[in-house]
Design a protein around this ligand. Structure first.
Ligand code: FES
Length: 139
């Protein structure tokens, strides 16, 4: 269960004021997920806003996080880092899709049987040219 090939990060590498992006695999499909440090562990969420699910919360350099909430920079939806619930914005009441991780001996392991760990950082499958819509950050 806690094999080296399912180790996502050391816990010290996971920020509480931003997110750490990882790429998971489900067969041939890649999926991005973001890790965020909580007071009592780490949460892992699919890197997709619940308003427009093709919009990434973490564009590769960490999502914006304030007051324990992850922000979507497209239309300003906020999601609780602990429970993934959208507390404000166009998808209020929706939940981010959770991916199971477990902290063990100072490291974060992928314990969701639906996925394999591929690599740290953005997915190679993301077509950045199709994500070029302007958002709050101008990126
Ligand atoms: S796409 Fe995230 S709030 Fe609209």
């Amino acid at each position: 269960m806690f094999s080296e090939d399912r180790k996502l990060a050391d816990i010290e590498e996971v920020p509480s004021d931003s997110t750490l992006l990882v790429t998971l695999r489900d067969g041939f499909d890649e999926h991005e997920a973001l890790l965020i440090r909580l007071a009592d562990g780490v949460a892992c969420w699919k890197n997709a806003c619940q308003h427009w699910t093709d919009v990434r919360l973490d564009k590769g350099s960490g999502a914006r996080v304030a007051d324990g909430e992850i922000w979507c920079q497209k239309h300003g939806a906020t999601f609780g880092a602990v429970d993934g619930e959208c507390t404000h914005g166009p998808c209020e009441g929706a939940y981010l899709e959770e991916i199971a991780v477990t902290v063990h001996e100072g490291a974060v392991y992928l314990t969701d049987d639906d996925y394999e760990f591929d690599h740290r950082g953005p997915s190679d499958d993301i077509d950045l040219s199709s994500r070029g819509r302007i958002d709050f950050s101008g990126t």
